[in-house]
Design a binder for this molecule. Structure first.
Ligand code: HEC
Ligand code: HEC
Length: 339
């Protein structure tokens, strides 16, 4: 996503509002959660209209080429798009990613939509910026297994790249830094498509069926999901231990106070992107809901916001209907969604 100056301020406003909704009105407010106020919490900022800029556009185009370029891997067989498949919301369907020589990596491939404002990146926050992140998979011996020297030499032999780098980075040309900037420029253009939930937020009552509206009330209320999943991407971009049995320390590798914590993922189009969690251990949304209902492993690092919920079967179905509304396009202008 492209930079939006007002976006940070909005994020903070959303955070404050979420906190109020959550803190001021625990259980009761939950069921009565004020739907108009919730609309504001989840409103998607308008698409940024950037002035035409031939330099930026040529970098974005070059970055797109590089994203699909197999020379980025040591074996010449893998591109970024091998794992981040545009036809699968820039993910794959494997519980954990498979790198060069069919090596299974520790974590599931995340979606690449709407990352423009996200800092730090990676599930454990180990990359400070997109420019820093994009070189990591290329140079990781288990992921794409390429070396900087070989990559720059190989790309430098292709006249298309020599010209595209000269055009996108006048006076600089092809280097480690310009390669990273081109890939990052492309990633900033990836915005998730609108959903039925967006249409409802914007005032189309018929875009959410009654079941999904009940699910939203639960999400914002008794189930407590909104404490971590708020704002237009439905994430606080914070790190939390939600009690999964995985032995992966996550953020704990860098911050001893946060063992087993991972960055809260965006829930945009979540229903279309199974399996779930950093290790792909939960096969579908019902399994995710069952996990939160049980509350996961009770250990000191587990977030106090995750605890057994005691949801009824009907409540689980309502929650599922709400999550599904985040995962389908808006109803067409003629009809709504049949109940
Ligand atoms: C082998 C599969 C694979 C390939 C190839 C791959 N990635 Fe990834 N990508 C992953 C996995 C797995 C993660 C999560 C790693 C983690 O968080 O520890 C990830 C994380 C990311 C993130 C961070 C997303 C976030 O939400 O923090 C970005 C950005 C990204 N990849 C871009 C790229 C780019 C650009 C390329 C090509 C240069 C690429 N990836 C190649 C599997 C892959
Ligand atoms: C304490 C903060 C917190 C709360 C409360 C919370 N979540 Fe999460 N959620 C997270 C984190 C962190 C992850 C990622 C965990 C991981 O990758 O291991 C996550 C992951 C998910 C995922 C999987 C997304 C994906 O792409 O893998 C879904 C779906 C989800 N949460 C839904 C919910 C629902 C529904 C609730 C309420 C019942 C809820 N969450 C409550 C923090 C939270």
């Amino acid at each position: 996503m492209r930079p939006r100056p007002e976006a940070k301020a909005r994020a903070f406003a959303a955070l404050a509002a979420a906190f109020l909704v959550f803190a001021a009105c625990p259980a009761r407010a939950a069921e009565e959660a004020d739907l108009p106020a919730l609309r504001e919490l989840f409103r998607r900022p308008p698409p940024a209209v950037l002035p035409p800029d031939p330099l930026r556009e040529s970098r974005e185009r070059l970055g797109r080429h590089l994203f699909f370029e197999r020379l980025l891997s040591g074996t010449g067989r893998m591109a970024c798009s091998t794992c981040h498949d545009p036809a699968r919301f820039f993910q794959d369907d494997k519980p954990r990613a498979v790198g060069v020589f069919y090596r299974t990596l520790a974590r599931r491939t995340p979606s690449l939509f709407d990352l423009g404002e996200v800092r730090p990146l990676m599930r454990d926050g180990r990359a400070a910026s997109l420019e820093e992140q994009v070189l990591m998979p290329i140079l990781d011996p288990n992921e794409m297994g390429q070396t900087e020297e070989r990559l720059l030499a190989q790309l430098g032999r292709v006249s298309f790249y020599r010209e595209a780098f000269a055009a996108g980075f006048p006076g600089e040309g092809l280097s480690r830094a310009t390669l990273a900037r081109a890939l990052a420029a492309y990633l900033r253009t990836l915005e998730s498509p609108r959903t039925a939930f967006d249409a409802w937020v914007e005032g189309r009552e018929d875009a959410l069926e009654a079941k999904a509206r009940r699910g939203l009330r639960l999400f914002a209320g008794r189930a407590g999901c909104i404490a971590c999943h708020h704002g237009w991407r439905l994430t606080d971009d914070g790190f939390h231990d939600i009690g999964l049995p995985s032995r992966d320390l996550g953020r704990g590798r860098f911050d001893p106070e946060r063992p087993f914590a991972f960055r809260t993922p965006s829930l945009r189009w979540v229903g279309a992107r199974p399996p779930y969690m950093h290790d792909g251990s939960l096969p579908d949304l019902l399994a995710v809901i069952a996990h939160y209902d049980r509350g996961g492993i009770d250990r000191p690092s587990r977030s106090p916001l995750v605890r057994p919920l005691g949801l009824s079967r009907a409540e689980k179905e309502d929650l599922l209907a709400f999550l599904s509304s985040l995962s389908r396009p808006p109803p067409d202008e003629r009809g709504g969604i049949a109940e």
